[in-house]
Design a binder for this molecule. Structure first.
Ligand code: ADP
Ligand code: MG
Length: 632
């Protein structure tokens, strides 16, 4: 403990960010079964630190000095009961130490911590999926020391904590750059003092690390991993577990990848891709920045994980690396933005990934459906942002819920099931599929067995109008314009019967509609007899050229719209209430009651639609009036 100079004067005591303390509580107290993963986490960090410095040294060789061979060294001291993990990577200065090992800065983490339930078992599961990185050291150590010196700086810093609420930082000394992490083991953790056990852990989780991991056992030094970049090995040599561990390392996530795509492109440009589709949604998937995290390497050297030109936004769920043979090592951010090589690689990534998804959709509908549940909403963004063949492929890949049962359908399947006389792809948009299913606007479609797509992602409001049609069939919202159902034959009823029904209704309804229109002239754009209602008395629809009602609500919620379009009120001529009203009007002409009935019908349609009732008091008064009469 005393081998480093700590002048108490300069030691500073700081508290962990509240979220870190919470995380540490769970890490330390929950019986996390795989304690051994602490080593994987610390090695992963050491490897990242070396990658970062290697990149900086491309433009500033002095940062390396004589120490040009990157390595991670692991040793134990059985008497002191410590494990020591050292690297000659970039190191940290004081501020970085405080920020990196005292707070959680990674995006999505707040949301993740919000998901913690307090139930140890569930939380452990979540953490297993999320990974706790550096803090996992406290699973095996009662105290952790980090002695670190940033490349290019003279001052070293010593960070010490027992993981309970606070840590101290003091100025210190260290020969050479990089970090030395010392774990003082808890009782019962003796197994981690055995070199063989450590070697086993390294080979299980860290074999893919491209930097040599040197294990020191007494006076024996052994490199415990293969120390070659995983993606450069041939596929036949790589075991599924190797891929999985590499995925954990590059993605900082701990689910199993749903898909592994490893390929080498040779030709005009050369590169290797090793990409993963995660098995679970990453926490930052819907972060407004919509950044991809795929790492760009140039000839095995890490360049950046922030090259947005490399992968389109709609594939931002991908994790992994692209390693280019053609880009210069000193490539700048500006160069990347306009590089034709990067453009070509992007095309390659898109082709490869979409091709893979097409195969998956064909071969294994069930696992494709699982993929779609996770990432369909993101992939659909491409329907809006892309054009040409990329868009066409995405349309083929798209799946939807529909009024035809629970299974997901493709547009091709939808078209295959269209009714005689149907030439339109019908859809309805809203937040929630189950709620959509009971929309009154769907009634006539259900009655005629016409399938309607249920679109519940906000992006659906944008790509559908932008694309307009698929294989010559127009998309049409069932909440907009005429229902276009007259040309579609009903399921079982012979045609003449349908006509009779219509003829019977026509007589009185005309004058009722005219009166309703008069009563509601300031509230609605039009009133008309409905073709789409069978059970409900009324519903609202948007006029053909107007904005869809759901989109309007969406924009108003996001304060991007403050005006409202007037809607069309449709009435169901075969509904008992409307029929009575029509007879009433035919017999007695317009009375004051018609006004109240008109407003009640309109407010009812608004409520079902999820729109606010503009005058709730008037609504209540009218409803009470009718109830009173009904009960008399
Ligand atoms: P992550 O690796 O996912 O960012 P960690 O909790 O594992 O999260 O590490 C937090 C941060 O601490 C890292 O992002 C890095 O900036 C810093 N860090 C950890 N270990 C080292 C190290 N050995 N050398 C330099 N920086 C490190
Ligand atoms: Mg880490």
């Amino acid at each position: 403990m005393t081998k480093k100079k700590i002048t108490l004067m300069s030691a500073e005591k700081l508290s962990f960010q509240a979220e870190v303390s919470r995380l540490l509580d769970i890490v330390v107290n929950s019986l996390y079964s795989e304690k051994e993963i602490f080593l994987r986490e610390l090695i992963s960090n050491a490897s990242d630190a070396c990658d970062k410095l290697r990149y900086l040294a491309l433009t500033e060789a002095a940062l390396l000095g004589d120490d040009t061979e990157f390595a991670i060294t692991i040793s134990v001291d059985k008497t002191a009961r410590t494990i020591i993990i050292a690297d000659n990577g970039i190191g940290m200065n004081r501020d970085e130490l405080v920020a990196n090992l005292g707070t959680i800065a990674r995006s999505g983490t707040a949301a993740f911590l919000g998901d913690l339930s307090g139930d140890a078992k569930k939380d452990t599961n979540l953490i297993g999926q999320f990974g706790v990185g550096f803090y996992s050291a406290f699973m095996v150590a009662r105290e952790v020391e980090v002695l670190t010196r940033k490349a290019g700086e003279d001052t070293a810093w010593l960070w010490i904590s027992d993981g309970r609420g606070d840590f101290t930082i003091a100025e210190s000394e260290k020969a050479g750059r990089g970090s030395i992490i010392t774990l003082r083991l808890r009782d019962g953790m003796e197994e981690y003092l055995e070199a063989d056990r450590l070697k086993q852990i390294i080979q299980r989780y860290s074999d893919h690390i491209a930097i040599p991991i040197k294990l020191i056992d007494g006076d024996k030094v052994e490199t415990a991993n293969r120390a070659s970049a995983l993606w450069t090995r041939s596929k036949s040599e790589i075991k599924p577990e190797d891929y999985k561990e590499f995925y954990h390392h590059v993605s900082h996530a701990f689910d199993d990848p749903a898909e592994t795509i490893h390929w080498r492109a040779e030709g005009i440009i050369e590169y290797t891709g090793l990409l993963f589709i995660p098995g679970a949604r990453p926490f930052d998937l819907f972060h407004p920045e919509r950044k991809n995290r795929v790492k760009l390497y140039v000839r095995r050297i890490f360049i950046t994980d922030d090259c947005q030109e490399l992968v389109p936004e709609y594939l931002r769920f991908l994790r992994g690396v692209i390693d280019s043979e053609d880009l210069p090592l000193n490539v700048s951010r500006e160069m990347l933005q306009s590089s034709p090589v990067v453009q070509k690689m992007r095309q390659g990534v898109v082709k490869r990934v979409l091709g893979d998804l097409e195969k998956k959709a064909e071969k294994d509908a069930e696992s494709y459906a699982a993929f779609w549940e996770n990432f369909g909403a993101v992939l659909k963004e491409g329907l809006y942002s892309e054009h040409g063949s990329e868009q066409a492929t995405l349309l083929k890949l798209a799946r939807f819920r529909s009024t035809h049962g629970d299974a997901l359908v493709s547009l091709a399947e939808y078209i295959g099931r269209m009714k005689d006389g149907q030439d339109t792809i019908f859809y309805i948009t809203g937040e929630d599929g189950a709620a959509l299913l009971s929309s009154p606007q769907l009634e006539g479609f259900k009655a005629k067995g016409v399938e309607v797509l249920l679109l519940t992602d906000p992006i659906d409001e944008f790509w559908v109008p932008a694309i307009g049609q698929f294989e010559g069939k127009n998309f049409k919202s069932v909440t907009r314009g005429g229902a276009d159902l007259s040309r579609v034959k009903a399921e079982d009823k012979p045609e003449d019967e349908q006509k009779d029904e219509t003829a019977e209704k026509d007589d009185d309804i005309g004058s009722l509609v005219a009166l309703l229109k008069l009563a509601l002239k300031d509230e609605v754009k039009d009133v008309r007899a409905s073709e789409r209602l069978t059970d409900s008395a009324v519903c609202l629809v948007a006029d053909d050229g107007d904005m869809d009602m759901h989109l309007e609500r969406l924009l108003r919620q996001h304060k991007q719209l403050d005006s409202a379009f007037k809607r069309i009120l449709e009435v169901n001529a075969s509904h008992p209430v409307i029929r009575r009203l029509a007879t009433h009007v035919a017999a007695r002409g317009a009375e004051a009651e018609i006004d109240d009935a008109a407003y009640l019908l309109l407010d009812q349609a608004r409520i079902v639609e999820g729109e606010p009732v503009p005058d709730p008091r008037a609504f209540a008064r009218r409803l009470s009036g009718f109830l009173e009469k009904g009960l008399a």
